[in-house]
Design a protein around this ligand. Structure first.
Ligand SMILES: [Zn+2]
Length: 148
């Protein structure tokens, strides 16, 4: 099957307009203590946590291979909350390669939160693959992203 680009993807910028406002839930990348404000220092181990920084993303990604499925899913959701395009290739890989459906779903949801063209393209790729265990969810997310 040729790897055709999905057409008619009307992706408007600013889908994720919920920046600011509610406090973002975060975790210390060192001890996994919950952080309620960022940037700040972890009250448990004193590490500086700035969830918007590229360093934080690297630390999260380093945690993935060491974490159980629940934590891996939480990491995906955090990457979605950060809404940084840099996490898209990693999330796309997790959707395909993670053995746990829970994590695949979380990675897909994170991609839809990020919602830029590259993220939508990855969701469309899964939505076109009816052998994927998260095929149905990918299609639902794609529909809502396209405002259908
Ligand atoms: Zn800590």
């Amino acid at each position: 099957m040729p790897d055709t680009e999905p057409k008619s993807l009307d992706v408007r910028k600013g889908i994720h307009s919920d920046q600011g406002g509610a406090t973002m839930l975060a975790f210390c990348p060192t001890c996994w203590n919950e952080i309620t404000n960022s940037p700040s220092f972890c009250r448990k181990c004193g590490v500086n946590v700035d969830v918007a920084s590229p360093e934080y993303e690297r630390q999260l990604l380093n945690l993935v291979p060491l974490s159980n499925a629940t934590k891996r899913a939480e990491i995906c959701l955090l990457l979605g909350h950060r809404a940084k395009q840099s996490a898209v290739p990693y999330l796309a890989t997790l959707v395909c390669t993670d053995p746990e459906r829970l994590v695949k779903v979380a990675a897909l949801r994170a991609l839809s939160k990020i919602g830029d063209l590259s993220a939508v393209r990855e969701i469309a790729r899964v939505a076109a693959n009816n052998t994927s265990p998260v095929y149905g969810i990918a299609n639902d997310l794609l529909k809502s992203l396209n405002g259908l």
